[in-house]
Design a protein around this ligand. Structure first.
Ligand code: NAP
Length: 421
């Protein structure tokens, strides 16, 4: 493997696949891990997370050989391109990586680099755990009720990027086809129009739902909820629900999963041990249920746009975007990243909360099988916050406490890691 546009570390070895069938990884003591710091506040939270993850690795007798790779503004400055092919192949070849946020211009300009990375690497599941950390202020009465993991499909839906701009020949051709050939005459208004296509495939749905059910089984979670708007979009969102239930009926899962109807009709609402209830909810109802019946939901499987809205709203319930971590998973590939964006107004101010990026690192460590290091990261972050050492976003919501900079927060977490190890 040779690269022109990445910083190859002097030591370390790549992570490899130990078992093709199960996708199990072979992780050396000093793995090479590619990192994209990201745009905007990525320059603040990227190094902060790196420092904390180094401390957790060291405290558990290992080390990380970081490989700096570039995308977004840093790649434009260094190499005059948005997403060098070396960045994509370094992540693909090293299997586990972490990234900060990347800016996407609205309306015009280049397409989302986040979406490009997810598509090029076929990272088909965007996984967003949402749980409350002790001491984190929240707008709801009992944030501890939230303990949910959202599996958001990453490669289809409106994010597939199949759309045509108003005023182009292409959009007029698509409009004419839809009206004349497909029989939707009179549905679209006259005048300038933009049109997008929302593909949902059986293949894309089923591999996502399998990941969600596998996760529920492995982590002893009681339910998987398929979230859709199938009452209106019957052949896309409705199909997602139907294909989701078909997965639950597959040989591998049939003895483990039960439907909500079966739960009540056969088990009087008492879920038998070692089963996962597979249920579904319409997306608008789901958003209110997240607030009113929070603890009823564990693992969520949904399409791209629903998942985007829902996990940000759920993130607000447990303290906001500065806290919410995420990870993108393909087969034998993980690219961890926080839920938040590049918040350009705070870029380089050493001000924002690095917790989301640090906890995304925790997801990465978990995936690598470094469970002790992952737990250490979570405990150290939680203890730092509950001791009142917080960045501006949490400080404005609590009484007292000490407001610290991004780098000071990372220093405090590292100190806690040393205390706890
Ligand atoms: P954003 O960057 O997430 O910021 C929205 C607001 O959330 C901030 O103004 C801030 O609120 C709060 N926030 C976000 N990160 C925080 C942190 N680490 N600590 C504390 N508060 C934090 O969303 P946006 O302004 O809509 O998007 C900006 C750019 O990011 C866009 O170009 C968008 O496309 C991109 N984006 C990238 C990703 C990604 O790379 N995966 C994801 C989402 C968005 P207050 O000002 O109220 O404190």
């Amino acid at each position: 493997m040779s690269y022109d546009k990445v910083e190859v570390p002097e030591d370390g070895e790549p992570i490899t696949i130990a078992d093709e069938e199960t996708g199990a990884l072979d992780v050396p003591e000093t793995p090479i891990i590619p990192i994209i710091h990201g745009d905007g506040i990525g320059t603040d939270v990227g190094p902060a997370a790196q420092q904390v993850l180094d401390a957790a690795a060291e405290a558990t007798g290992r080390s990380i050989a970081w490989m700096r790779v570039y995308a977004g503004s840093s790649a434009r400055e260094k190499y005059g391109e948005n997403l060098p092919e070396d960045t994509v192949s370094a992540i693909r070849n090293h299997r586990v990586a972490i990234k900060g946020p990347l800016t996407t211009p609205v309306g015009s300009g280049f397409r989302s680099l986040n979406v490009a990375l997810r598509q090029k690497l076929d990272l088909y599941a965007n996984v967003r755990p949402t749980y409350h950390l002790d001491g984190v202020p929240s707008p709801v009465k009992d944030p501890s009720q939230m303990d949910m993991v959202t599996f958001r499909e990453n490669t289809e839906d409106v994010y597939a990027g199949i759309e045509w701009e108003a005023g182009t020949d292409e959009v007029q051709a698509v409009k004419a086809f839809v009206e004349d050939e497909m029989g939707f005459d009179g549905v679209m208004h006259d005048g300038p129009i933009g049109i997008g296509v929302k593909p949902i495939t059986e293949f894309g749905t089923k591999r996502l739902v399998r990941q969600a059910i596998d996760y529920a089984i492995e982590n002893d979670r009681p339910s998987v909820t398929l979230v859709h708007k199938g009452n209106i979009m019957k052949f896309t969102e409705g199909a997602f629900r139907d294909w989701g239930y078909e997965v639950a009926d597959e040989e591998k899962y049939a003895d483990v999963t039960i439907t909500e109807d079966e739960l009540w009709e056969e088990y009087d609402g008492e879920r038998p041990d070692d089963t996962v209830v597979v249920k579904d909810r319409i997306a608008d109802n789901m958003l209110q249920q997240l607030l009113t019946r929070t603890s009823d939901y564990d693992v969520i499987a949904t399409m791209n746009l629903n998942g985007d809205y829902m996990s940000d709203a759920a993130g607000a319930q447990i303290g906001g975007l500065g806290i919410a971590p995420g990870g993108n998973f393909g087969d034998g590939l993980c690219l961890a990243e926080p839920v938040h964006g590049s918040a350009p107004k705070y870029a380089g101010e050493d001000k924002v909360n690095p917790t989301a990026m640090i906890l995304s690192g925790r997801i990465m460590l978990d995936y690598m099988g470094w469970k002790d290091a992952a737990a250490l990261v979570k405990d150290a972050v939680e203890e730092t916050i509950s001791s009142g050492t917080v960045t501006y976003d949490l400080h404005r919501q609590i009484e007292g406490g000490t407001k610290v900079a991004t780098s000071e927060f990372a220093d405090a977490v590292v100190e806690k890691i040393h205390e706890l190890a």
